[in-house]
Write a protein that binds this ligand. Structure first.
Ligand SMILES: [Zn+2]
Ligand SMILES: [Zn+2]
Length: 367
């Protein structure tokens, strides 16, 4: 038995603990994919089903069919998402946490900023903490993170980062777990930029207040995130069309808007990068608003990729292979790369010009 002990410890540390933690994460209100938020999302979907059926706006005979049925939930793309959800937990322990641990000591924290400003302008008198201040601080963190994630998302649609973000877009059907179909490097970058920017914001805000202010939370979760997750956030990755209407969608990102972002139709490319707010899309020219009437959409990155992203290997390794290929191609002399480039299909989303605000007017265009 003693011989097996190290193997047992190894398995527990690198496999059993991360996978069971990921499973328990389904009950964590900090994650969008929490059971409680899944319940509220599908409760909204059920209300929508009843409403559409009473008006003859849906052909679906049952609620299961309405949300996609077996065709969606047992599709090979969805089955891969379920497996990847747990594999990602292992990747987190093996790669994400160590990489962040390596960089962490070099990141300035809120305390560093407070000390810097105190030396520069002297200490400030601490204001009394009250609800309005906590709400303001929580709102500030939420707006800052949402704004940064908008730009990070736009950056991921650029030529050299697209291969990694393509992992998320390669899903040909959308289920709530597809939200976790994200390459581990994208996750590392997201965590680091959160750390850098939120630390700076907290340092500046706390210095101005003369001391630490706690965020206002609901059940231990930043209140804005809690409210928006409870409002059907899981329907973003689903086949349930829920539009908030053109007016609201200038500010709040609806499930239908995110589904447009996953569309493989060129007219939908590089639209709706916002996570919670579409305000940034409106401000920076990437907004596409939807109507109550569902648009016919096919998800994914085009037929050429359908067979390429059907394994765990392809979700983890293919982005590195594709990026290396692109770098090699770019380094070749012009004549050679032009010929070679013809044999490597590039999606319109990878072209930097595709990032530019769309100016083309046309039917159905909302911005
Ligand atoms: Zn995207
Ligand atoms: Zn998505």
């Amino acid at each position: 038995m003693d011989v097996l002990a190290p193997i047992d410890q190894y398995l527990h540390r690198w496999l059993i603990a991360p996978v069971s933690d990921q499973f328990l994460g389904l009950f964590d209100l900090n994650g969008r994919l929490c059971v409680a938020f899944l319940f509220t999302s599908y409760a909204v979907a059920y209300g929508l089903f009843r409403w559409r059926r009473s008006r003859g706006l849906t052909d679906a005979p049952t609620f299961w069919q309405f949300i996609g049925g077996n065709r969606v939930h047992f599709h090979p793309s969805a089955l891969l998402d379920y497996r990847y959800y747990f594999v990602r937990a292992i990747l987190k322990v093996l790669l994400v946490v160590p990489i962040i641990g390596l960089v962490d000591p070099y990141v300035l924290r809120s305390g560093d900023y407070m000390r810097f400003f105190t030396r520069l302008w002297g200490a400030r008198v601490q204001v009394e903490e009250h609800l309005a201040l906590s709400l303001l601080y929580g709102l500030g963190v939420f707006l800052l993170q949402d704004f940064i994630h908008y730009w990070a998302h736009r950056a991921y649609h650029s030529r050299y980062l697209w291969a990694f973000h393509k992992v998320h877009h390669s899903a040909t059907v959308l289920v709530p777990v597809t939200a976790s179909r994200v390459h581990f490097l994208e996750k590392v970058v997201e965590r680091l930029i959160d750390l850098v920017f939120v630390s700076a914001f907290a340092g500046i805000f706390w210095y101005a207040c003369g001391g630490e202010i706690s965020r206002y939370t609901l059940f231990g979760v930043t209140y804005m995130v809690f409210i928006l997750n409870a409002l059907a956030a899981n329907l973003r990755h689903s086949h349930v069309w829920l539009s908030f209407g053109p007016r609201v969608e200038h500010v709040l990102n609806s499930p239908a808007q995110h589904q447009i972002h996953h569309s493989d139709a060129p007219r939908h490319f590089n639209k709706n990068f916002g996570v919670n707010l579409s305000l940034w899309d409106w401000m920076f020219g990437t907004l596409y608003v939807t109507q109550a009437q569902p648009e016919p959409i096919r998800f994914g990155t085009g037929e050429a990729d359908h067979g390429r992203y059907l394994s765990l290997y392809s979700l983890i390794v293919t982005p590195f292979v594709d990026t290396l290929g692109k770098i090699r191609l770019a380094r070749r002399p012009l004549g050679v790369s032009a010929v070679a480039g013809a044999s490597v299909p590039a999606t319109a989303r990878t072209a930097p010009r595709a990032i530019a605000p769309a100016a083309e007017p046309g039917a159905g265009r909302a911005n």
